[in-house]
Design a binder for this molecule. Structure first.
Ligand code: PMP
Length: 387
């Protein structure tokens, strides 16, 4: 018998985000690796949370979340997508989108089941699936457009497949799934009797008029989808870790059981502030999108001038670029490490988001930073790469 602990977690390293952030701090590099805004979201929300800490209860809120926030989440889904959720049974609050995703996977998967990951995939899905004893199966999207290969997706499904994880808008690819792609996924889910965990934490970060269409709005999908949201991304408050799950009561109630044993609840002051935030008018969401799209444009143009081949980006905090025009056949991980140490700009190698057969030429940059920080990063890269 081994006394060394979990084989799974022994086999995993520190996440690439923590590694690159630590290297950025050590070397004084501008951190375009980890995706967090360098300006905090609305002062009104922060003031509301501070006031709640000082004047209201700081004890355990109900496990499914404060009624005020669950009602606000239900109204938000109604207002933006015409979705109707019963806030008492079809909405729960979690400690961030990551916990929400974990609770959904635990609620839906049995040991031995298979879960399909559309890659490049956000890094938390795979270890959670494996910790459950289920098996992740990757379906790779290929650059530059990262279109969904429907036949490969269908081929990845077998009798053991229970879940597809769909992340749209998609980190790290900056892709927003099209109506046709979503219809393809829904069709497959209906035919093969699959459930879908829909990670929609970037729902309000779509650009150039690309609509965010929740898969759950498609015919026959209401009883098959669990949707994950996050206040961190909507309000540029990523450290708050307030997330939620919405869906049909039959599935949400299972996720609520997982949630009660993971974190049980989420800080009440933050829940109160987010409840008020979600009532914001359309103008707030529009400026969030427009400001983020303007930052994307600055970084995309700058990286192009430096000599990267920049891929399209329709959403999220991230843009992907091909490094090989600058350094032919370099491995993405060593490229990122060298760029951090020598050029003073940190980014994330895309291969970290694939189970196998990863492309080795792509690098992910976060553009959710102040324009002057992006300009500074571009100047550093230009200086280093000699353009
Ligand atoms: N899903 C995706 C695709 C993400 O990029 C992130 C944050 N990086 C999360 C979930 C986690 O959200 P939260 O910070 O609310 O846990």
């Amino acid at each position: 018998m081994s006394l060394l602990g979990s084989r799974l977690f022994r086999s995993l390293g520190t996440t690439i985000f923590a590694k690159m952030s630590a290297l950025a701090t050590e070397t004084g590099a501008i951190n375009l690796g980890q995706g967090f805004p360098d300006e905090d979201g609305p002062a009104t929300l922060r003031a509301r949370a501070a006031q709640a800490i000082l004047t209201e209860s700081n004890q355990y809120p109900p496990s499914p979340g404060l009624p005020a926030l669950r009602q606000a989440i239900a109204r938000h889904a109604e207002r933006h997508y015409g979705l109707n959720f019963d806030w008492t049974r079809e909405v729960i609050v979690t400690s961030g989108g990551t916990e929400a995703t974990g609770a959904c996977l635990m609620a839906l998967l049995n040991p031995g089941d298979e879960a399909v990951l559309i890659e490049p995939a956000y890094d938390c899905y795979r270890p959670i699936i494996e910790a459950i004893g289920a098996v992740p199966k990757g379906v790779a999207l290929r650059p530059p457009a990262f279109e969904l290969p429907m036949s490969a997706l269908a081929a990845a499904v077998n009798a053991r497949t229970r879940v597809i994880v769909l992340n749209s808008p998609m980190n790290p690819a900056g892709k927003v799934f099209s109506q046709a792609e979503l219809e393809g996924i829904a069709d497959l889910a209906r035919k093969r009797n699959l459930l879908v965990v829909c990670d929609e934490v970037y729902e309000h970060l779509t650009f150039d008029g690309a609509p965010h269409i929740p898969l759950i709005t498609l015919p026959g999908m209401r009883e098959r989808c669990l949707r994950v949201g996050s206040a961190g991304k909507i309000f540029s408050l990523t450290g708050w870790k307030v997330g939620w799950i919405t869906g049909d009561a039959s599935l949400v109630q299972l996720a609520a059981k997982a949630h009660q044993f993971i974190t049980f609840t989420t800080p009440p002051a933050l829940q109160m502030a987010v409840a008020e935030g979600l009532e914001k008018e359309e103008g707030y969401y529009l400026s969030l999108k427009n400001e983020m799209a303007a930052k994307r444009d600055i970084l995309a143009a700058g990286l192009t001038r430096v000599g990267f081949d920049v891929l399209p980006c329709q959403g999220t905090y991230f843009i992907t670029a091909n490094a090989w025009p600058l350094d032919a056949a370099v491995e993405d991980e060593s490229f990122c490490e060298r760029m951090t140490r020598e050029a003073g700009v940190a980014a994330i190698p895309l291969s970290a988001f694939y189970i196998k057969n990863a492309p080795r030429n792509l690098v992910r940059f976060a553009f959710c930073k102040r324009p002057e920080v992006l300009e500074d990063a571009i100047q550093r890269l230009k200086g280093y790469f000699g353009r």
